[in-house]
Design a protein around this ligand. Structure first.
Ligand SMILES: N[C@@H](CCC(=O)N[C@@H](CS)C(=O)NCC(=O)O)C(=O)O
Length: 343
């Protein structure tokens, strides 16, 4: 899609990936139309192969509207379709590599904290159950809302296992969210965005999960306000960056990468990396369960094919770097625990 035709998509305020894309489109100053709705509202539009929010409705090669999901490739597709609007992907392949890695951490690891906190504690379950159905059914009678609340709450609690949230993994997920907050707070004292003075796709990924963790679900919201008020404020700001002035000098310089990103990369190396690798190994071995150790504690979850593909994509991104950039990436990753992903 080019020109001024608004980009059409369906999503919900409680879906982190919807918020990721909404903030990205606002920052890129691209016209859009957001349909607020869930899986049972198709607005007469085509259905995607996998029902996920957000769903985008974009013209295919023949100009027919197709339903497309998955925010990470969608960001790349929209970037290609709209090369003239300011982008969220760094031109320098080395900086772009770190943007991709941190985007995956936001999408695939922070989402565990998001889903865990929402459906683990009574106060969060009650809050989500009361509000989530109302977004797409604003004027529905209370009895209808109550039915939806009961159905949706049961369904989501039953799916906690998908992200690996259970009694065994609770301390790992919660301590990693707290450390993330401390690291992000310290980072924001130096730079307004993960990769410097302009936002990349990684910022939108992290922001998407934080719209829920920091602003909506009472338990992680209280923690965020207590540990990292700066992160709380950041989420409100990233919501609409349409007025931010940016230029090419906004990205971190290559020689700033190690100093700026190592604290966060070390956190990835403690949690996200071992879990992503154990998941990939389980899938390769045809095993249904993932077992590994994270921070000296047991991690146990069902193998997740999508996250196996994420590891493959990251390895492709690493392999695409030329030799010089790969050495530069290795030097930044060295000692953080992230190098294991690319061996
Ligand atoms: N990798 C996808 C993930 C999208 C996703 O998991 N969306 C959630 C809502 S935030 C969803 O639709 N889950 C299935 C469901 O609710 O039935 C992306 O980046 O867009």
């Amino acid at each position: 899609m080019t020109g001024n035709t608004p980009i059409l998509f369906k999503g919900s305020p409680g879906s982190p990936y919807t918020r990721k894309m909404l903030a990205l489109l606002r920052y890129r100053q691209l016209p859009y139309r957001l349909l607020i709705g869930g899986h049972d509202q198709d607005f007469g539009l085509p259905k995607p192969k996998v029902a996920l929010l957000p769903t985008f409705y974009l013209p295919d090669a023949r100009g027919e509207i197709e339903a497309v999901v998955d925010s990470t490739p969608l960001i790349r597709r929209i970037e290609q379709d709209h090369p003239n609007a300011r982008g969220a992907l760094p031109d320098d392949p080395l900086i772009a590599f770190f943007d991709t890695l941190l985007e995956d951490y936001g999408d695939e690891w922070l989402t565990k904290a998001m889903f865990h906190y929402r459906w683990h504690y009574a106060a969060d379950i009650e809050n989500a159950g009361r509000i989530l159905p109302r977004w797409s059914l604003l004027s529905a009678p209370e009895e209808e809302i109550d039915k939806r609340k009961a159905y949706f709450t049961r369904r989501q609690i039953d799916r906690l296992y998908v992200v690996g949230s259970n009694e065994i993994t609770t301390p790992v997920i919660e301590s990693s969210y707290r450390r993330f907050l401390e690291i992000m707070d310290a980072h924001l004292q130096r730079f307004p965005f993960l990769l410097g003075r302009r936002p990349g796709s990684a910022d939108f990924a992290v922001y998407g999960q934080l719209t829920q963790l920091a602003l909506f679900d009472p338990t992680p919201r209280a923690l965020t306000l207590d540990v990292a008020p700066r992160v709380y404020a950041w989420v409100d700001v990233v919501d609409d960056l349409s007025g931010l002035e940016v230029d090419d000098s906004g990205w971190l310089a290559r020689d700033q990468l190690a100093d700026a990103l190592r604290p966060l990369l070390r956190e990835l190396g403690r949690t996200y990396v071992p879990v992503m690798l154990a998941n990939a190994r389980a899938l390769n071995a045809g095993e249904k369960e993932v077992h590994c150790e994270v921070e000296g504690q047991v991690w146990q979850q069902q193998a997740f094919p999508y996250q196996g593909r994420c590891v493959a994509e990251l390895r492709t991104a690493y392999a695409r770097l030329d030799e010089y950039d790969r050495k530069a990436a290795d030097a930044v990753l060295d000692g953080t625990g992230c190098s294991e992903l690319f061996r």
